[in-house]
Design a protein around this ligand. Structure first.
Ligand code: NAD
Length: 302
């Protein structure tokens, strides 16, 4: 293997330790801690497991954590009233509504009801606009793109003037990470190209990339010959390609694969993220960072 492995599992621990230290300091000096509420409507098993992971991480950092579980038949009106309650609650700095919501509830209306200054997922149109403007306007960069940028920076990869190619144009990964990488400043200032399903020659664009960020959701889409020797390859894709029995638990678990042919790509790239253990662990970590940041904004110390 020639590429340096960028492990999200290691970077996560570094960042969580930094957050923990800051939380302790603020608690000591100002007597407050970041407050996060997770609203879960119904008991979708995947949602329960995501919410549990968020709650446990928040608790391990010393946050004030409120877990608000609601019945599956909660009306849209009642959910909007609940959000309004947390919008007004001074002990809460981040509000998360776990998706998907039950049928008949307008997700867009619900997410747009969250106070943009407590929208730690960064999906509210106000925060999308702030991200587009960049610089000090940005309050909550969306968590997966923020994690990607953090990995690139902490790996010591030069972004200034770099050719960045992003595969995928979703609102949660492709578009925001492209926008973040083109802003002026540290960890950015790159020349950015976004490619997608209508792009004519995907390979030729990818081959130009000093930093290739792939978020397509297609296993092994990126072939080794599409990678510039020495490039930094960030594989965001998480694709279930089968099942296996876990050696640890003896239970069936999904076999996960990224969007990049990892085994071949690692012989050409300079840096590469694995799947699993790469970008995946960064998302919840950055959610915690955004919640801390929300409190710091409120205290005027951000
Ligand atoms: P999405 O389906 O919303 O968007 C995929 C994008 O890729 C689309 O814009 C599409 O145009 C493009 N695309 C798809 N097939 C393509 C092809 N053959 N050639 C070129 N472009 C193509 O997906 P998303 O929500 O952005 O997620 C992308 C992947 O990243 C998924 O595998 C998802 O599971 C994963 N993901 C991981 C994390 C994490 O690790 N924390 C977070 C979000 C998404």
């Amino acid at each position: 293997m020639t590429a340096k492995l960028i492990k999200g599992t290691d970077i996560r621990e570094e960042i969580l330790a930094e957050i923990r230290a800051e939380v302790e300091k603020i608690k000591k000096e100002r007597g407050v801690v970041p407050g996060l509420v997770t609203i879960l409507v119904g008991m979708n098993p995947a949602s329960v497991s995501y919410v549990t992971a968020k709650i446990e991480t928040a608790k391990s950092l010393g946050f004030h954590e409120v877990q608000d579980s609601q019945p599956p038949d909660l009306s849209e009106k009642d959910l909007l009233a609940l959000i309004e309650k947390y919008n007004k609650d001074d002990t809460i700095h981040g509000i998360l509504v776990q998706l998907p919501l039950p049928k008949g509830v307008n997700e867009k209306k619900v997410l747009n009801a969250i106070d943009p200054d407590k929208d730690v997922d960064g999906f509210h149109p106000v925060n999308v606009g702030r991200l587009m403007i960049g610089g000090s306007e940005v309050k909550f960069p969306p968590c997966t793109p923020a994690g990607i940028q953090e990995m690139i920076v902490r790996a010591g990869v030069e972004t200034n003037g770099a050719e960045v190619v992003v595969v995928g144009r979703s609102n949660i990964v492709g578009k925001p990470i492209a926008n973040m990488m083109l802003q002026k400043g540290k960890g950015a200032n790159s020349t950015v190209t976004i490619v997608h399903t209508a792009t004519k020659d995907l390979a030729s664009h990818c081959r130009r990339a000093d930093i290739l960020i792939v978020a397509a959701g297609v296993p092994d889409l990126v072939k080794p010959q599409w990678i510039k020797p020495g490039a930094c390859v960030i594989d965001v894709g998480v694709n279930r390609v089968g099942e296996k029995v876990s050696e640890k638990t003896g239970k069936k678990v999904a076999i996960l694969k990224g969007d990049v042919d990892f085994d071949a790509a690692k012989e050409i790239a300079g840096y590469i993220t694995p799947v699993p253990g790469g970008v995946g662990p960064m998302t919840i970590t950055m959610l915690m960072k955004n919640t801390l940041s929300s409190l710091k904004h409120k205290l005027g110390i951000a």
